[in-house]
Write a protein that binds this ligand. Structure first.
Ligand SMILES: C[S@@+](CC[C@H](N)C(=O)[O-])C[C@H]1O[C@@H](n2cnc3c(N)ncnc32)[C@H](O)[C@@H]1O
Length: 131
């Protein structure tokens, strides 16, 4: 395996193993989880949530079930995962970025980080991975 620069280890991992994602699960497997997320948002929102930022969006399986309700922008560090997400959800906007420092042009009504929030703390401040 080629040398992985500190801070880029998951980019490398998810780029290499994106193809596994579609084998271990189907988009249908995410319906219930996506419904739970939508319920939480609706329960706690103080304004009607229309725009949603999904950090670590992966291949867009959750977005697939939420895109009828929300205008979704997904951010992911892996281009391969983003490619898959774009194919699955042409209606959504997908941008490459690191959730730890991404800057977006817009603000959003809500932000979700399902099954990827742990990547927020995957490096020490100097960029050294701690796992
Ligand atoms: C377990 S998947 C979760 C995908 C999606 N949120 C879901 O629940 O189906 C984790 C995703 O986080 C992305 N990721 C890992 N570290 C990241 C970072 N620092 N910034 C943005 N995305 C990151 C990976 O590339 C991968 O697509």
């Amino acid at each position: 395996m080629e040398h992985i620069k500190p801070g880029n280890e998951k980019q490398h991992l998810y780029n290499s193993y994106q193809w596994v994602w579609d084998i271990i699960g189907t988009v249908e497997d995410y319906r219930k989880f996506a419904g739970y997320i939508a319920d939480r948002i609706r329960k706690h929102e103080r304004i009607r949530t229309r725009t949603l930022l999904h950090l670590g969006c992966g291949s867009g399986c959750i977005d697939h079930h939420l895109k009828d309700q929300f205008n979704i922008t997904g951010v992911d560090i892996s281009e391969k995962m983003l490619e898959s997400a774009r194919k699955r959800n042409p209606e959504c906007k997908y941008i490459p970025g690191d959730m730890r420092n991404v800057q977006t042009e817009n603000s959003y009504d809500a932000v979700i980080i399902p099954e990827s929030i742990d990547y927020m703390s995957s490096c020490f401040p100097d960029g050294t991975p701690h796992f």
